[in-house]
Design a protein around this ligand. Structure first.
Ligand code: FCB
Length: 457
């Protein structure tokens, strides 16, 4: 496979479609203890023996905190419309409550102003998982008090930058924070308790709804929304057991978040399954969670397969996998978006993350990551396909701008369209970055009608 597959849909993306690249604070910034930053739960989790595959941490990461101007130039060189980044809560409020850290706030203001000077729209995420450790010490997301600390944080950041950022996302992937962070314990804060996980998920949703309302009340002009990781869940076989499991997994992953956000309350089948582990709600919580928002962000990487005998790795179609062991299945993105559009009264959607980890080889300073370029092209195709069917999608962002700290996988998994040599911090555009830039140039030159330049391989 050496040729790049162009997006082939006959759909013409509108001129105001937002093309972007995405990162998050903990994964790229480094400067873990500088300029007044406090520790986050990920700083602490990295110190737990064997929590991170390569025993690494985020102390330096891509050193973006110091190299942000170079990175900004790289973003600009790609010709994208938008940059999705996150603010590190403990960098701007080290203890999670009380004092604000002016140096931290100034860092993000410089970044936002720098983006605007380059004509790039800032898409700001408030919580991409790096909760202040001081709040975890008080129970973290399982403690209802954290909800109010989050609303204060949202309001403060929006007062400083809300006039200049195109969008504010409250949370990135609450399912991951709740389930991987509190039920399986694979991610920070490393708790293994389903009851706590479900209470955390409720507080994440509640804090989203309350933050949206508080930001609107203070006159914030940015578009407000949340980002969910969503996938179609398919049964591994046609047995009733696998089908029932797929339905339950869909409930936990998709409906547990989509239903309350879109005013349907928590799904009854999941509540029944949880029994005693269902979260405690207070009057008005469901109304607050369903506060109308301006956009929904969808992160899509793969579909999920449900297997009741534990053999979830049944590959129906013999599909290829990424370096994460995730099936490459762009059709899942169209299936998912059509289903969401059918089942919910949606605001405009942004694909806020999509991309792939592959093992990259550097030859003569070049990285011929054709698989990654193909992955992106085929998913852009899927987006065009559903837009042609009337689904309102406003943007697409590649995960990720840079190779970075891939959570429990450490630095072993590379998602960047730009390679990072962690020993020297040298950045090198991979072929996928060149391809994305050239694709955007053609789109913007009015050649919106895309065509197959190379046959599907
Ligand atoms: C998503 C996360 C993002 C990155 C990608 C690969 O779940 O939001 O930070 O790790 O997966």
């Amino acid at each position: 496979m050496n040729q790049i597959v162009e997006p082939s849909s006959s759909f013409t993306f509108p001129a105001n479609f937002v093309w972007g690249v995405a990162t998050s604070s903990f994964q790229i910034e480094g400067a873990a203890n500088e300029d007044g930053k406090g520790p986050s739960i990920w700083d602490e989790f990295c110190r737990v023996p064997n929590a991170i595959a390569d025993k690494s941490n985020g102390d330096v990461a891509c050193d973006h905190y110091h190299r942000w101007e170079e990175d900004l130039n790289l973003i600009a060189s790609l010709g994208v419309d938008a940059y999705r980044f996150s603010v590190s809560w403990p960098r701007v409020r080290p203890g999670g409550a009380e004092a604000w850290n002016e140096q931290g706030l100034a860092f993000y203001e410089r970044l936002v102003d720098g983006l605007l000077e380059c004509g790039i729209k800032p898409y700001l995420t408030l919580n991409h998982w790096d909760l202040p450790a001081a709040l975890q010490a008080k129970g973290g997301w399982a403690n209802r008090d954290t909800v109010h600390r989050f609303v204060e944080y949202a309001c403060h950041v929006a007062k400083r930058m809300g006039d200049r950022v195109a969008a504010i996302t409250t949370h990135n992937e609450p399912w991951v924070m709740a389930n991987l962070g509190h039920e399986t314990g694979d991610f920070a804060p490393g708790i293994k308790n389903r009851k706590i996980a479900m209470q955390a998920s409720h507080h994440l949703l509640l804090s989203h709804g309350l933050a949206v309302q508080a930001l609107q009340a203070q006159g914030c002009k940015s578009n407000l929304g949340i980002v969910l990781n969503l996938s179609p869940v398919v049964p591994a076989t046609d047995t009733p057991e696998d089908k029932a499991l797929a339905q339950l997994k869909d409930g936990k992953l998709v409906r547990w978040y989509m239903d309350p956000l879109f005013n349907k309350g928590y799904p009854q089948d999941v509540l029944a399954y949880l029994g005693e582990d269902a979260p405690k709600l207070q009057d008005g919580d469901l109304r607050d969670i369903a506060a109308p928002m301006d956009f929904l962000g969808v992160n899509y990487y793969s579909r999920k397969v449900a297997s009741s005998n534990g053999d979830w790795n049944v590959h129906k179609g013999g599909l290829p996998f990424t370096d994460m062991g995730w099936e490459i299945y762009p059709e899942g993105l169209s299936e998912l978006l059509l289903r969401l559009n059918r089942d919910y009264a949606l605001p405009p959607i942004y694909i806020t993350e999509n991309g792939a980890a592959f093992k990259d080889a550097i030859t003569d300073e070049k990285i011929h990551d054709i698989q990654r370029a193909n992955f992106i092209a085929r998913h852009i195709d899927a987006v065009g396909e559903v837009m042609a069917k009337g689904v309102s999608i406003k943007g697409y962002m590649v995960w990720s701008l840079l190779d970075n700290f891939e959570w429990a996988s450490g630095y072993e998994k590379r998602f960047g369209i730009i390679h990072v040599d962690y020993a020297t911090q040298k950045r090198t555009l991979k072929d996928s970055a060149h391809w994305y830039r050239d694709f955007l140039l053609r789109m913007k030159a009015g050649q919106g009608q895309t065509e197959i330049l190379a046959g599907r391989v």
